[in-house]
Design a protein around this ligand. Sequence first.
Ligand code: NI
Length: 169
Amino acid sequence: MAVREIKTYPEKVLKQKAAPVENIDRELQRLIDDMIETMYAAPGIGLAAPQVGVSKRLIVIDVSRKEEEKTPLIVLINPVMKEADGEMESEEGCLSLPGYITTVKRAERVLVQGLDREGRPVQIEGEGVLCRALQHEIDHLNGTLLIDRISSIKREFFKKRFQKALSKA
Ligand code: NI
């Protein structure tokens, strides 16, 4: 296993729609292991394959750091949002937008289907932190970032702040 470099805004891979995973092979298992290690090392509660530069529909989530109720580590291949109900608003950050935290509106309950790392169909129903993480990571597979979900005024503010950071680099 190895910690991979996390791609940050404005890298192009983060804006691409990721392709479905077609083969659950050894290479994919290595990618999954690396993503898990990268997520824990960050530390973060979720990671999508495009964030390590691989434009494939694969996410890992472990919200146990942020939740009383211990949800085990989730690996989801080709996740599909089957249901999304209600609305909630809360603060989110993203490993690809280091240091940036903003309030985002999300569904308050989702039902997601996909495959586990062995290729078995799984269905996950999420509320609370898990629900937000599922929506956030699936967004990454569609090239959608946190900053695409905020008001245009907040986005302009973000861009100004980011340009400042870029010019300092
Ligand atoms: Ni993110």
